[in-house]
Design a protein around this ligand. Structure first.
Ligand SMILES: [Zn+2]
Length: 215
């Protein structure tokens, strides 16, 4: 019996110097994507697990800083890959307050609108960030840039029709629980014992053009 035909995944994203954050790197589309098309399947993040704040506190300063720069947070900990030394292309995707990428209900990264080949891909960190202590200075250059991104921004995104359909599954569950009358009182408070200043991501450089309308 002949072996099954060999297959290989098509390349759909690549790393290049960021347009949104000059001096940083970003992720770009190598082909067109229709609205709601899957760009990065959730299987790509199969090694992601909750790194509890108590364990995070035992790590060295460099590792802590890098984890904070890459990983969405929750009141309980960070959603971190198994080993940050070996993260893949999709992890380099930057934040924008005017994103073109969000999550579908099963946590695939999907296109929020039609995306052209060569466009920088970016998502709104508030789609997945729920650590109430999280704060990050934003220089994305979008006309509606929030200036500071926080772990409570998901609340305001709920009132934005273009964004509210693109939350991570965890935040969708939280929002549903709130809507059905289960309050945040049922959530455990953040156990991380450090100041908001320490929770800032690496400070991005100043915006190249504050009047930019986004990617
Ligand atoms: Zn912004």
């Amino acid at each position: 019996m002949p072996p099954p035909p060999q297959t290989y995944p098509a390349v759909s994203i690549e790393i290049k110097p960021s347009i949104i954050l000059p001096g940083e790197i970003g992720v770009f589309a190598t082909r067109r994507f229709a609205k709601d098309a899957v760009i990065v399947p959730v299987a790509h993040f199969a090694d992601v697990r909750l790194l509890e704040w108590a364990v995070f506190e035992t790590l060295d300063a460099v590792t802590k800083s890098k984890l904070m720069g890459y990983c969405p947070g929750t009141p309980e900990g960070l959603l971190a890959p198994a080993d940050l030394n070996y993260i893949s292309v999709a992890w380099q995707m930057n934040h924008s307050c005017q994103p073109n990428v969000g999550f579908n209900a099963t946590d695939d990264f999907v296109a929020m609108r039609a995306i052209k080949r060569g466009e920088e891909l970016c998502w709104d960190y508030a789609f997945a960030e729920s650590n109430p202590k999280f704060r990050m200075k934003c220089c994305c250059g979008a006309v509606d840039c929030r200036g500071v991104i926080t772990g409570r921004d998901w609340r305001r995104l709920m009132s934005e029709p273009a964004k509210r359909g693109y939350f991570s599954s965890d935040l969708r569950k939280l929002i549903q629980a709130l809507a059905s009358g289960e309050g945040e009182a049922k959530r455990r408070p953040a156990s991380a014992d450090f100041s908001e200043t320490e929770l800032f991501h690496d400070s991005p450089p100043p915006p190249r053009n504050p009047a930019r309308t986004g990617p």
